[in-house]
Design a protein around this ligand. Structure first.
Ligand SMILES: NC(=O)c1ccc[n+]([C@@H]2O[C@H](COP(=O)([O-])OP(=O)(O)OC[C@H]3O[C@@H](n4cnc5c(N)ncnc54)[C@H](O)[C@@H]3O)[C@@H](O)[C@H]2O)c1
Length: 426
């Protein structure tokens, strides 16, 4: 491995798989990326990105260093390590849907050979690696820890955060056996500055969930505090900034329109589901979920309030949603609360449009359908709306110009810290 002759197979070329492939490529390894979506493998082979915050140049560079992308799983046997980064969503009953992980493993098993490392990176409940993946490997005649080294190592990508790269974020890694643990540590230490070895795959699986539950619960707490502060006429941002001067024991979290992305709204419920098997209720998780998922309704209430003060109703008003990605400076729309707000406003009769430089055309989504493309942000256009809702605080928006030209702004992100006649916080 250290002579860089090992071939790294990355399975699932999405938000997690692509940066990981680039890291191994940069470190001098031959990378073969696998995906079932040929449009993605073709795009990568051409050196083209399909994720806005990952520039073409990085993919072009990886391809020039020998990275390949394919839908041909026969090639999995070429790889010395197979790293699985496929989605782990919730199903319609908000229960874990391991379908992608299991079908990926089914596709890989016929091509496994002795000496390979199999690493699962997808976020999941404790027990997935040893209860689900291990038996599939053993059923193919391999002994885990002797023939195949099985590890779980959760991804900690923070898309759009310029302060960290895949290599500089410490990485937790747990093995099914001691030898798996050693091999896993070795695999990742070639590209990650600090690998944190833990005693089992279950510890690694649960540590990832704790990180995300910590965020979900604290965001829920601050969203509840926001409502209390609003009713009391207190500025929640001033409160948070003041509390954050405490040099120990406090971490600032900021309120918003609700949770978004593929992780924080979803992952905690993987633990809720698994905990039920042990007769435990995860009350903090449920409560945070309840508070956070009620935020779009709170925002819609604020829009109604603002329009009302202009003697208008939601019904028939032209409303512009500014920012529909789930967080700033990225193009990821998964679980974006902006879209839920758009839907609730439209259901109440609003004439809804949106503007987002990262999302030129409203994409196909499972639960939402809007036949819209991003509205131009000119002073004249902004002035033509009855209300502008700031859903995502992209840095590229001209907030000064928006403030000067909007009849009414509902600000869910605390963009405007000073009081303005035409701004309502939500
Ligand atoms: N996006 C993040 O910031 C982030 C951060 C930490 C952890 N995670 C976790 O990492 C995992 C992957 O997330 P993501 O955001 O990269 O997802 P993604 O949807 O961006 O990418 C997943 C890729 O897997 C492909 N795929 C699906 N089934 C496949 C199969 N059978 N074989 C090969 N490829 C297959 C899809 O076509 C897609 O390209 C999830 O478990 C997620 O919770 C994501």
């Amino acid at each position: 491995m250290s002579d860089k002759t090992a071939i790294i197979g990355v399975v699932g070329l999405g938000y997690v798989g692509i940066p990981l492939s680039i890291s191994f490529s940069r470190a001098g390894y031959k990378v073969v990326g696998f995906d079932i979506d040929s449009s993605k493998t073709e795009s990568i082979s051409r050196g083209k990105t399909y994720i806005k915050h990952i520039p073409d140049a990085e993919i072009e560079n990886a391809v020039s260093l020998g990275m390949e992308a394919t839908t041909d799983f026969n090639r999995a046997k070429e790889a010395d390590a197979l790293i699985i980064c496929v989605p782990t969503p919730l199903d319609d009953h908000r229960e874990p849907d391991l379908g992608y992980v299991l079908s990926t493993m089914e596709m890989l098993v016929p091509h496994l050979r002795a000496g390979q490392v199999v690493s699962l990176e997808s976020t999941t409940y404790p027990g997935t690696t040893d209860e689900k993946l291990k038996p599939m490997i053993e059923a193919a005649g391999f002994e885990v820890g002797v023939d195949i080294y099985l590890v779980y190592s959760p991804e900690r990508e923070d898309p759009g955060n310029p302060n960290f790269t895949t290599s500089t974020i410490p990485k937790v890694c747990g093995g099914d056996t001691e030898s798996c643990r050693e091999v896993g540590k070795y695999l990742y230490s070639n590209v990650i500055d600090q690998v944190v070895s833990v005693s089992s795959t279950r510890v690694a699986e649960m540590s990832k969930l704790l990180e995300n539950i910590h965020r979900a619960v604290n965001i829920g707490l601050v969203n509840e505090m926001k409502i209390v502060a609003d009713k009391m006429g207190v500025d929640i941002y001033e409160v948070i900034d003041a509390a954050a001067t405490k040099p120990f024991g406090f971490v600032p979290y900021y309120p918003g329109p609700g949770l978004g992305g593929h992780c924080i709204p979803i992952d905690p419920f993987y633990l809720t589901w698994k905990a039920r098997e042990y007769g435990v209720n995860t009350r903090f998780i449920e409560l945070a979920g309840e508070v956070n998922s009620s935020m779009p309704e709170w925002v819609v209430g604020k829009v109604a309030e603002g329009l009302n003060s202009h003697k208008k109703s939601i019904n028939g008003s032209r409303i512009l949603m500014l920012g529909i990605a789930y967080k700033k400076n990225i193009d990821d729309m998964r679980e974006s609360p902006s879209v839920e707000i758009m839907k609730q406003l439209q259901d109440r009769g609003a004439l809804i449009e949106y503007s987002d430089p990262y999302v030129p055309v409203f994409p196909k989504m499972r639960r939402y359908s809007f036949d819209l493309s991003s509205a131009e942000l000119t002073a004249k256009n902004i002035a033509s709306f009855d209300c502008v809702v700031i859903g995502t605080n992209h840095d590229s928006f001209d907030y000064e110009m928006i403030l000067d030209n909007s009849a009414l702004i509902v600000d869910t992100r605390g963009v405007y810290r000073d009081e303005h006649e035409n701004v309502i916080r939500a």
